[in-house]
Design a protein around this ligand. Structure first.
Ligand code: HEC
Length: 144
């Protein structure tokens, strides 16, 4: 094969590889942004600072669930080398622990969704269970 063509092909291949990695990173960051948006709405409700609106609560929980469910699949088998990610190495050294953390997060959101909390008193303990997951996962699996 023509050497220049070969070099160009290698270059194109490595570029598409890098873009595929960035794609995963983008997906998981978008997912976390979506989670954050839901929390921004739900947090003042849980503190009684905005009126309890069960329809809004359910739709925000659904938005969070949509983001959380595929979350673990956005992490490839090999850790990527990129300055754009805050994912900690522990995700790859303790993959089952990480998958369980995602699963627990999903389960806590689903629990609240299935319970259909109709009042602030019902919702409060469920929301604090959900948000405990943020810290506990970030502490182990996210770098700052
Ligand atoms: C199972 C683990 C896990 C749980 C649970 C979790 N996160 Fe994250 N979060 C991560 C990881 C890992 C990253 C870094 C991902 C990256 O940069 O590639 C992250 C990043 C973020 C970011 C930064 C996104 C960006 O644009 O770079 C925000 C905001 C965030 N999380 C909010 C939350 C909130 C709020 C909760 C709880 C409601 C939560 N997370 C629950 C693992 C988790």
């Amino acid at each position: 094969m023509n050497r220049i063509l070969f070099t160009v092909l290698i270059y194109v291949f490595s570029l598409s590889f890098i873009y595929a990695e960035d794609d995963n990173i983008k997906k998981r960051q978008n997912a976390m942004q979506q989670v954050r948006e839901s929390v921004k709405v739900l947090f003042p409700i849980s503190k009684g600072k905005s009126d309890y609106d069960d329809f809004l609560v359910i739709s925000m929980l659904e938005q969070m669930l949509d983001a959380a469910k595929p979350y673990a699949s956005y992490f490839p088998n090999e850790q990527e080398v990129s300055p754009n990610t805050e994912a900690a190495e522990t995700i790859w050294t303790d993959r089952s622990g990480f998958n369980n953390s995602v699963l627990k997060f999903v389960n806590d959101i689903e629990f609240a969704l299935n319970a259909e909390p109709e009042s602030l008193d019902d919702f409060k303990p469920m929301f604090s269970k959900i948000t405990e997951n943020c810290q506990s996962c970030h502490q182990v699996y996210r770098t700052k």
